[in-house]
Write a protein that binds this ligand. Sequence first.
Ligand code: FES
Length: 153
Amino acid sequence: ASQLTVQLTVNGQPKTLTVDPRTTLLDALREHLHLTGTKKGCDHGQCGACTVHVNGRRVNSCLSLLAMHEGEEVTTIEGLGQPGRLHPMQQAFVEHDGYQCGYCTSGQIMSATALLKEPWGPDDADVKEAMAGNICRCGAYPNIVAAIQQVRK
Ligand code: FES
């Protein structure tokens, strides 16, 4: 099969990838760049485990082809904090036990941090609605909401 070369920035570093044109952004991150913090849950846009930032906005990376991101800036959970220091949202999830098994956590945190830049209501119900695309099978929602609310205050 023919291959496609895509240049983009991932966690602040320029990357050039040569892949099958059908490669999703999720598979490019995990299989080609070995950034396995981004998780594959449903692979169909239903669970949010694969959420990353593209040019600062949240994207379900399983639904997006790498080829669509030429020249764009992608941030994954690995690039969210500073070296040796967690992002405040990561710290809040630790403090509030915002996870049980942890599989959805990267996506939850990437979604929540992207939302910090958008206007949304102040109540817990507003947080739940804004985060509705990120499913937690363990049901850690109360702690996830508490973590997000701490960072928003
Ligand atoms: Fe992408 Fe579930 S793996 S939304």
